[in-house]
Design a protein around this ligand. Structure first.
Ligand SMILES: Nc1nc2c(ncn2[C@@H]2O[C@H](COP(=O)(O)OP(=O)(O)OP(=O)(O)O)[C@@H](O)[C@H]2O)c(=O)[nH]1
Length: 372
């Protein structure tokens, strides 16, 4: 079989129960841009129906997985499905699809699914995450975020947020949801979608790893200006004032509302900036330690890094304690040569990120041991 040498992009379509995933999917798969997409629909329950509702222009490219929820019981099935489809959907040695769209169940935690995509030896070599798209119901979204931590995680980890059912929402509901999302995921573009209709370009090719021969749009991908910035200065760590930068109140651990039990009080989104080039060893040790101790609470990290001795930047991308292999870019995307890392975390504040970085940066290199 002729194998495309480039990994197959995978889009994860997530969103709480009834928030409009299938409606969006149904619209998307009928667009010419997705004619070569294979759709995997994960449903929960004995009567799996959604796949019957998705009218793909190429019917044979819809696969349904309904024996459980992808993020928990059937992760092995996902591996199997992703492994099998390359030959199952091949004709005359040619793979019949160029990308994969996975619709999760409404209660899915995207993180374990991403782990599978990024770490399973056979899957990670053949597929790459293109992006996470989350649907949120404009009318009921705020309530859902109040009550379901799964919905918070879906919104926090998304690269793009699709705000559905605009026709049913009041201005107050829209404003409340927008305010809420500012705290949970300030950088992800938000598109209002009515009855599932949206241009496929808004949800495809979202990562920096997506582009075959195209110069990656790192600034768009990182969108670091959307986060409250914190700049690391080696000699005067006390002088910076994160609060003075912040327009996202949750990033500073302050609450402006009364409900202490709200799930997103635990979610923080912030940008960490380092002015000076970073030694590769410092970076590796710092990230290792960070991931080992608080990795499961780091929902996403994206970064463009200035590494000592290198002319061009390195891009990193992680989900919890799993990192994609760093990607060297051919050149800096603009004038800004600072390292910029954006974090979306649960119960991990910027203080910890800064303090650990400071600690590792100040550790002098260990002299090599000499044999006696
Ligand atoms: N009024 C209105 N209804 C919508 C819109 N988008 C989706 N719906 C309806 O909302 C309901 C749920 O939509 P689905 O697309 O099935 O939602 P889902 O997220 O796939 O649902 P689950 O599979 O149960 O998690 C359906 O009745 C849709 O027709 C919209 O923009 N406006």
């Amino acid at each position: 079989m002729t194998e495309d040498p480039l990994p197959i992009p995978v889009t994860l379509l997530t969103g709480f129960l009834g928030s409009g995933k299938t409606t969006v999917l149904n619209h998307l798969v009928q667009q010419p841009e997705l004619a070569d997409a294979l759709v995997i629909i994960n449903e929960f329950g004995e009567m799996a129906l959604d796949h019957l509702l998705v009218a793909h222009s190429t019917e044979s490219l819809v696969v349904e997985m309904s024996s459980g929820c992808l993020c928990c019981t059937i992760r092995g099935d996902l591996v199997q499905t992703l492994r099998d489809i390359t030959w199952r959907f091949s004709r005359n040695g040619e793979r019949q699809f160029r990308r994969v769209l996975i619709e999760t169940t409404g209660l899915a935690d995207p993180a374990p699914i991403l782990h599978t995509l990024m770490t399973h030896p056979q899957i990670a070599a053949r597929y790459r995450l293109d992006g996470i798209v989350a649907t949120i119901d404009l009318a009921t979204g705020t309530n859902t975020l109040d009550q379901h931590v799964e919905a918070i995680k879906q919104a926090a980890m998304a690269d793009v947020l699709l705000l559905t059912k605009a026709d049913l929402a009041t201005d107050e509901q829209r404003a409340a949801l927008a305010h809420r999302l500012d705290g949970i995921n300030p950088a992800a573009p938000r598109w209002t979608v009515r009855n599932g209709a949206l241009a496929p370009g808004k949800v495809l090719d979202l990562g920096v790893f997506s582009t075959a021969g195209k110069v990656p749009d790192v600034e768009r991908w990182l969108k670091e200006e959307a986060y409250a910035e914190s700049r690391f200065r080696p000699r005067a760590p006390d002088r910076y004032s994160p609060a003075s930068h912040g327009r996202h109140r949750y990033t500073h651990g302050q609450r402006e509302h009364g409900d202490v039990n709200r799930h997103d009080d635990h979610i923080r989104a912030f940008c960490f900036t380092v002015d000076e080039p970073i030694a590769e060893d410092t970076l590796a040790t710092w990230l290792d330690v960070l991931m080992a101790f608080v990795g499961s609470n780091i929902l996403r990290v994206k970064g463009i890094l200035n590494i000592e001795g290198q002319d061009a930047p390195l891009v990193i991308h992680g989900v919890q304690h799993i990192f994609h292999p760093p990607v060297p870019l051919p050149a800096w995307p603009g004038e800004d040569r600072r390292s910029r890392l954006v974090f979306i975390t649960r119960d991990v504040g910027r203080e910890l990120i800064e303090a650990t970085f400071r600690a590792f940066r100040q550790v002098p290199p260990q002299p090599e041991e000499h044999a006696a």
